[in-house]
Design a protein around this ligand. Structure first.
Ligand SMILES: [Zn+2]
Length: 219
């Protein structure tokens, strides 16, 4: 398996069609010419295994891990593949009436060392919500692992390891050059783009016609 360089990771994302270019509305309200849809990479089990295996190597710097938890939906596959590579349990947390929670009989024992997994970390908000769930169970959060770190600032209160760091330009709507050029704004969540709910507030946008909303749906 072995380590992957940042350029190799970008190559994998590009090959899988996970790096989208256009004019996107991010969950922060900012506009961006790029959007990362990791699901397009993770749909290929061999690529998911390779990327998460390389990420697992980097995770060793955080010390021992007893379990991996990812926020649904974006963190589920990454958590599972990391767990496979590390030989530990892979869990996911999900929102119930807007609150991140562990369902489906998932348990974290007091004192367990827990890694949080995400596909893309933009603000770190989802990671912090999962960390609060782990804390409430008495677990110890060892840090966050993600495929792509696209934070503007290194200001998360938890250690974070990523396969690739990617600063993506963003613009407030008022001064967005893409708006000025009249490019149509795409809301991730439309049928052409797919969505990364690990980074989005579920009810933020009206559903697209014909596309069922997944957030908040009973299991
Ligand atoms: Zn714009």
């Amino acid at each position: 398996m072995g380590a992957l360089t940042g350029d190799q990771v970008l190559g994998l994302l590009r090959e899988a069609g996970a790096l989208l270019e256009g004019h996107f509305l991010l969950s922060s309200g900012l506009h961006s010419p790029r959007y990362i849809q990791c699901a397009r990479l993770l749909q290929h089990p061999a690529l998911a295994e390779r990327a998460c295996g390389a990420l697992a190597e980097k995770v060793r710097a955080l010390g021992a891990v007893d379990a991996v938890v990812g926020p649904a939906l974006g963190g589920i596959i990454v958590a599972y593949e990391l767990a496979r590579a590390l030989g530990v349990r892979g869990l996911f947390a999900e929102r119930e009436q807007g609150r991140m929670t562990l369902r489906r009989g998932f348990r974290i024992a007091p004192g367990e060392r827990v890694l949080i997994a995400e596909d893309v970390v933009t603000t770190g908000r989802s990671s912090l919500e999962v960390a609060a769930v782990v804390d409430a169970c008495g677990g110890n959060v060892v840090g966050v692992a993600c495929l792509v770190d696209r934070r503007a600032q290194d200001d998360l209160a938890l250690p974070l390891v990523s396969l690739v760091k990617m600063a993506i330009e963003t613009h407030p709507p008022e001064t967005c050059p893409l708006c000025r050029r009249g490019l149509p704004l795409v809301k991730p969540g439309s049928r052409d783009v797919g969505e990364s709910p690990s980074e989005m507030e579920a009810p933020r946008w009206p559903p697209c016609p014909g596309v069922p909303r997944t957030a908040g749906r009973p299991p």
